[in-house]
Design a protein. Structure first.
Length: 287
């Protein structure tokens, strides 16, 4: 009698949303986004200032950050040289996902080689044909490489193996939490997150941080790419998505997040997400 050794999939990629290389001009700014899937951001050359919720990193060549689902993230290029990035986003499941949250690391040479092999495979699959310039960056879009089922599985396996190899075998990158502006930004974001069920005014948040309102506005413009109220609203909508996913009604969600009315909450939710809360719940339940 032969008894198999059961293999439990600790990490499993279930689908891809984007995969591209980008060469970004100096002083380029990506204003930020959040989504319900993972994104891997890797610097092939140059450097970038990357914001992930309340954390800020001054990242260099061969450094990588994993943005977890619903994390508000953005980046900008501060130096006077172009920066070369590889970015890929995907659905990820498995028990090791928790260990990859807030992962920011400098890759070892063997891990950099693995990523280069993934990129070579993407090019070989015909994914380098869609190249274009847009808003201060030169992109090569690899998403079409996943349309071939054989290459799709090869790429899935390669990226799963890469993530397994780096999850606890890499050098962590420290957040830039000792820089004055970064410290203020982190304090303000944590204040907003702690008061997601209320509505603090921008002057109240500035007072909490011990800075002037003008200073705080400049900090949010630099690190969040948006105003304080807009960021606060995004945090509330992130929380709304979590509540709706957990089964809260639209009325309960609007009330818990201190919106003036259910109707106003629904209008804002649709404006920012493209779906009404009801449409979002219906769409999510069908997945």
């Amino acid at each position: 009698m032969w008894n198999p050794i059961i293999v439990n999939e600790l990490l499993k990629i279930d689908g891809f949303y984007s995969a591209f290389e980008g060469v970004y001009d100096s002083n380029y700014t990506f204003s930020g986004e959040s989504h319900d899937f993972w994104e891997m951001f890797y610097i092939l050359d140059g450097c970038a200032c990357v914001c992930a919720d309340d954390r800020i990193y001054n990242m260099q060549k061969n450094e990588l950050i994993l943005h977890k689902p619903m994390e508000l993230h953005k980046f900008h290029i501060e130096n006077n040289q172009k920066t070369h990035l590889f970015i890929i986003s995907f659905d990820l499941s498995g028990s090791l996902c928790e260990h990859l949250k807030n992962k920011v690391c400098r890759l070892l040479p063997e891990h950099h080689k693995q990523l280069c092999e993934i990129m070579r495979c993407l090019r070989k699959a015909g994914g380098s044909e869609n190249t274009f310039r847009l808003d201060g960056a030169y992109f090569t879009d690899y998403l079409q490489a996943f349309s071939h089922p054989v290459y799709a599985q090869i790429l899935k396996n390669m990226l799963e193996n890469f993530l397994l190899s780096v999850y606890d075998n890499s050098t962590a990158v420290r957040a830039a939490d000792d820089e004055p502006e970064a410290m203020v930004y982190g304090t303000a974001v944590r204040c907003i997150n702690a008061n997601v069920h209320q509505w603090l005014s921008a002057p109240e948040i500035a007072k909490y941080c011990g800075v002037s309102l003008t200073y705080l506005k400049n900090v949010f413009s630099k690190y969040a790419g948006m105003g304080i109220h807009k960021y606060y609203l995004n945090v509330k909508l992130h929380q709304a998505v979590l509540m709706l996913n957990e089964g809260a009604s639209v009325t309960q969600t609007a009330s818990a997040l201190n919106f003036s009315s259910q109707n106003y909450f629904s209008v804002v939710f649709k404006r920012e997400t493209g779906f009404s809360p009801t449409e979002y719940m219906r769409r999510n339940s069908a997945v």
